[in-house]
Ligand binder design. Structure first.
Ligand SMILES: [Zn+2]
Ligand SMILES: [Zn+2]
Length: 271
């Protein structure tokens, strides 16, 4: 069984194609299950809202278009689940309205992402006196670890996204082994997953998220994985699986996971 548990819809303002088209491409690529995870509304502002995410009032539309895709999937043999890509942020009070959204809606799957380039997080780095690349990366993984520990999320998305989008100019995971391992340990303790995100291959660094060295540590520490293409267009569904699935096996992983109604289900990795 092949799955893809991270993809977007046009409601976020920077993705193309209807969810039904994503499902058609999933069928073409012989995937049996996909989970939509569009960016969660953050109507309180400061989370890079315009062109990044839908508003709370658009959620009914989100459920409606994912439901239409579910019916297409039934015809094509692709199960369609409805998740959301939520935000990690070190100030829990700021996240209260987001928690209301999470409580008010039944999502199959909740991803946790720390989008370090948003204005609020740049403020956070300044407040933490994180000036050098080293300090910024350390702060990022500390916040990511604390986010994992909240237990709010089923999986932590693109864990080393700090390496792209300009917050730092240099990132080598080897320089940050203790803080990255602390993050991985929190994932294990909270009994959640870490995402392997294949969109890294189309971005600046041309490498999977997280970096293969982090995958070595994760494998050694018993971290459970979800997988996602982070597709923002239908053709990207399942992108680079031919490279990444054998890599995961090589690193000693045997299973991937998906979530239905919040329940984690393990499946063997099929290459
Ligand atoms: Zn996006
Ligand atoms: Zn995403």
């Amino acid at each position: 069984m092949k799955i893809d548990c991270h993809m977007h819809t046009p409601l976020c303002g920077h993705a193309n194609g209807s969810p039904s088209e994503y499902v058609e491409w999933a069928a073409r690529k012989r995937l049996q299950l996909v989970t939509f995870t569009c960016h969660i509304p953050m109507d309180m502002g400061g989370f890079g809202n315009t062109g990044i995410r839908m508003k709370v009032k658009h959620l009914p539309k989100y459920f409606q278009i994912v439901d239409a895709a579910r019916r297409v999937g039934e015809r094509l043999g692709v199960e369609v689940l409805c998740g959301i890509e939520a935000e990690i942020y070190p100030d829990e009070q700021v996240l209260a309205p987001m928690d209301d959204t999470l409580k008010a809606n039944d999502f199959d799957f909740i991803l946790g992402s720390l989008h370090h380039f948003i204005p609020r997080y740049q403020d956070r780095l300044r407040a933490a006196h994180a000036r050098t690349d080293f300090q910024k990366v350390e702060t990022y993984f500390e916040d990511l670890a604390n986010g994992a520990a909240t237990g709010r999320y089923h999986s932590i998305s693109h864990p080393d996204v700090i390496r792209i989008y300009g917050t730092v100019s240099h990132f080598d995971p080897a320089d940050h082994e203790p803080s990255i391992r602390r993050f991985l340990a929190e994932v294990v303790t909270a009994d959640i997953c870490m995402e392997v995100n294949t969109s890294g291959f189309i971005k600046e660094s041309r490498q999977v998220h997280p970096d293969p060295l982090i995958l070595d540590w994760a494998s050694e520490m018993g971290v459970k994985l979800t997988i996602g293409s982070d597709s923002h267009n239908p053709q990207s569904v399942g992108q680079f699986y031919e490279t990444v699935l054998p890599l995961l096996k090589e690193k000693g992983f045997t299973h991937l996971h998906y979530h239905r109604a919040g329940n984690r289900i393990a499946i063997p990795i099929e290459t």
